[in-house]
Design a protein around this ligand. Structure first.
Ligand SMILES: O=C[C@H](O)[C@H](O)[C@H](O)COP(=O)(O)O
Length: 220
């Protein structure tokens, strides 16, 4: 079993009957959702809230019942991947472009469980360019304000076109040298008009499930 599957399936052990479950996005969350699909087929009763259209489609294929924030105002648990996890369990997320819905869902969850293979564990955040979701309107001006904070911003492209998020926004991937104060940067970015959200998740993870050098699961 690969590391992503190991951590993804481990996280599902925290899901109990009757829970409202935030369903993450990406190649690690995929394994958690697959496992949840199997458990639902075997009789587990849950309702999922997907963090992206991609995950919504996957959950529908697997016949996982879904709900929305018009019906619920909190979640019991959310399970999601990360692009980087530092030693304080702060995260960079959004490599798949789902950061906005992911952050709303993580914040609404009583328990936020992060699943990360060993390649995601870092001392300091910032090797992975930080995704910043911005409105299309005025995005070049917004970019210059983002870069004034010290990073180099690149407008995300996909298949030769500008990438558009599930919320209809653009994403800039911003390379900072080292992110020394994640909380300060998270707040400074979100104060810029035109920035909708950024991929820094500070003090949000309740548990990180990863794998050590001996391929043993580590929960911290
Ligand atoms: O927008 C995408 C999400 O933040 C993902 O959780 C993150 O990019 C990690 O994805 P993966 O598990 O595919 O590495």
């Amino acid at each position: 079993m690969n590391e992503k599957q190991l951590v993804g399936e481990k996280a599902v052990e925290y899901v109990r009957d009757g829970m409202i479950v935030g369903l993450g996005t990406g190649s690690t969350a995929y394994y958690a959702i697959q496992k949840l699909g199997q458990l639902v087929q075997a009789g587990l009763s849950i309702k999922g809230v997907p963090t992206s259209v991609q995950t919504e489609n996957l959950a529908k294929e697997l016949k996982i019942p879904l709900t929305t924030f018009t019906e619920v105002d909190y979640l019991d648990i959310a399970i999601d991947g990360a692009d980087e996890v530092d030693q304080q369990q702060n995260l960079i997320k959004g490599g798949g472009g789902a950061l906005l819905r992911e952050k709303i869902i993580a914040r609404a969850a009583k328990q936020f469980i992060v699943i990360a293979d060993s390649s995601k564990m870092v001392n300091t955040l910032g090797t992975f360019p930080l995704p910043v979701e911005v409105t299309q309107f005025g995005h070049k001006v917004t970019k210059s304000h983002i870069e004034a904070l010290g990073g180099k911003a690149t407008l995300r492209q996909m298949d030769g076109e500008i990438f558009i998020s599930d919320n209809g926004n653009y994403i800039y991937d911003v390379k900072f040298e080292n992110i020394m104060d994640a909380k300060e940067l998270e707040q400074a970015l979100n104060l810029i008009p035109g920035v909708v959200e950024n991929g820094l998740f500070v003090h949000m993870a309740d548990k990180v499930i990863t794998v050590d050098k001996n391929k043993q699961i580590v929960i911290r």
